[in-house]
Design a protein around this ligand. Sequence first.
Ligand code: PLP
Length: 436
Amino acid sequence: MAHDALSDGLIDLLRRNDPAMAALMEKERQRQETTIELIASENHVSPAVMHTMGSWLTNKYAEGYPGARYYGGCEFHDQIEDLARERAKKLFGCRFANVQPHSGAQANMAVFMAVLKAGETFSSLLLKDGGHLSHGMSLNFSGVYFKPVFYPLHYDLAHPESERIDYDAARKLVREHRPKVLMCGYSAYPRTIDFARFRSIADEVGALLVADVAHIAGLCASGVHPSPFPHAHIVTTTTHKTLRGPRGGLILTNDEDLARKIDKAVFPGVQGGPLMHVIASKAVAFGEALRPEFRTYCERVVANARALAAALIRRGFRITTGGTDNHLMLVDLRAKSADLTGADAEKWLEAAGLICNKNGIPNDPRPPRVCSGIRLGTPAVTTRSMGPEQMDAIAGLIDRVLSGGGQADVLASVRAGVKELCAQFAMPGMAAPVEV
Ligand code: PLP
């Protein structure tokens, strides 16, 4: 298989220096090339984003911020971080950016530290309804050190807004508990978020609105999903999902006072030295996202998600809320077969080369490890230049696996179909389609 020269050079280097690691990395590369990535939070980065991470920038300690570091030799790191910050601000249309959080959860932790004291109340969506563990799960810092009160979705399937955010119930809850922070933005929510409506709820009790757009960041940046600005006081995100950058976090705001508090909370609050190789890679990814092609990519992500959802519905699956407005969908497997669980579906699909994750559906009667749904997303397949025709083909492959009840011959035959599809749609940085 032909890959970009830097990747091939790395493998050659490792074959000589660390053959065990070279072998594992080659296996993983092949796994990615020959499977269809439907995990909604994953993507395939460009060679420029990838190789900036694997560079000499990793050698440097740069605690502090541009112009105020705790180590010498930071001249170019100051410029690198400034470039990342400037591009982030331009991309999201805001005044302040902190590009140092190591991850999305770290970004949220820093925001909590910046604006809440231990024991104070905040409001968010339940994890089991599509929220994130850093929004108040009992074992996470957010649930251990702070007090979450959760707003619900509509659970009544007969309701026209079923499985969507119940804004009126959120308003009632916020009036009752008067949280200091109201969070919106989710891990498994397929519909548009009404940031203005959330802001009006937050304003009723003087709460800060924090929008965690980790999943939809690329869509927000490109205008394919409404922007959280000017409504949110603070925006947190990951950089590695629809935004298609390196693994990492980002915090944005328009408020100077909040920006100061956030900078202090990131460093020295919750982190030490910034990952300068990752910050440089974030800058490269932001540069890519500022190009007009990125908007086209995001439009295709959503068109593909809609096509995949429609193709699954045609095959007898139920998609929660009846479809999707963004890059992801939740498939309620019980409509297909009452016995089918998310855990079995994830396992069988993986065996056939279709990679996704089991996911609870709203009001799921089964425990999270078993659950009744799978979450599917289209950022990665869209990066591979697949379109609606391939979404229909993928829905057909999923249907064959799940209707086949995990039978070995069905899995083998679908696996062959997956490899065939992958051979036609190279990952970024591959000079030629994969050989099957
Ligand atoms: N916030 C949301 C809404 C997420 O979906 C995620 C990750 O999936 C995170 C935060 C945490 O990101 P990370 O895994 O980088 O810590």
